[in-house]
Design a protein around this ligand. Structure first.
Ligand SMILES: *[C@@H]1O[C@H](CO)[C@@H](O)[C@H](O)[C@H]1NC(C)=O
Length: 273
């Protein structure tokens, strides 16, 4: 109950008791005075109400104090949460950095692996090439002109390429017995030899040249008026892969061959360069 309420109570009490006062001396008088016992009673009630109100105020103050305390706690907790959040954020950042560096590491490893694979495949190719070298770069051939009969070659109006049909050896298949042409399979120094034979009668001569790619390099030459004649020549020459070497019978010249194989063309790879 508030203070205004007490005042109303006080006033109404004084009117209520006005003129109805019982005093000790006798029956009730008609006086307008407030009886002291009534005032006492009102004051006692007021005092009791006031002290009840004080208790209530104390309670409220205690409540406010508790709320303030709680608020302080919450603020502190909030502060602590903020700190924790910052720490978590920092931790998160650190983890991100670590993941980044791991990813980078991964990339570096991938690159290294790629390099290894490349170098491994290069090595494989080298090994393959070396193995290849061993089988292909063994080059040697010898061939004679005729296979199974006696035959004269020339005289003709032009230089003609001789096709040595009787193959004695053709290691590496660089010599072609269909065309008479030797094709270098690899850059290197090669040695070639040609030998010719002729049965002379009349005014013939026997002349052949070793030709490299259309250029006469060396010539075997024999002129007789009668009887047998033979000649030879040879060369060591640097060839590029694909270069061709063959024997050309000169225009108007003549040679003779039979199964004794007196006309031969030979070539060997000495070494690659
Ligand atoms: C020689 O002739 C062959 C076949 O025509 C050709 O492949 C090669 O390049 C020629 N070599 C040179 C040095 O001209």
């Amino acid at each position: 109950m508030d203070t205004a309420g007490f005042l109303v109570l006080l006033l109404s009490s004084s009117f209520l008791f006005e003129g109805n006062c019982l005093d000790d001396s006798g029956p009730k008088s008609e006086s307008s005075e407030l009886c002291p016992s009534d005032i006492d009673s009102v004051l006692r009630q007021m005092s009791a109400a006031l002290s009840a109100q004080q208790v209530e105020i104390n309670h409220m103050q205690e409540g406010i104090r508790q709320l303030k305390e709680e608020n302080r706690h919450l603020l502190q907790e909030n502060q602590e949460n903020k700190v924790e959040i910052r720490q978590l954020q920092e931790e998160n950042q650190a983890m991100r950095t670590e993941v980044d560096s791991l990813l980078n590491n991964d990339k570096a490893q991938e690159a290294a692996l790629e390099r290894l694979q490349t170098s491994s495949s290069v090595t494989e190719h080298k090994v393959e090439a070396l193995t290849h070298d061993k089988t292909v770069w063994q080059v040697a051939f010898s061939a004679a002109l005729v296979d199974f009969r006696s035959q004269s070659f020339g005289p003709d109006d032009t230089d003609t390429t001789l096709v040595y049909k009787h193959v004695v050896a053709n290691i590496g298949n660089a010599y072609n017995p269909q065309t008479g042409i030797f094709t270098a399979p690899v850059r290197g120094v090669y040695h070639f030899h040609v030998h010719i034979f002729e049965l002379f009668g009349g005014s013939h001569y026997a002349i052949v040249s070793l030709v490299k790619n259309g250029t006469k390099m060396v010539t075997a030459w024999e002129v007789h008026s009668s009887g047998h004649g033979s000649s030879s020549n040879s060369m060591s020459v640097l060839l590029e892969a694909g270069d061709e070497v063959y024997v050309v019978l000169w225009r108007s010249a003549r040679i003779f061959d039979d199964t004794d194989h007196r006309n031969t063309f030979s070539g060997h790879l000495l070494f690659t360069v």
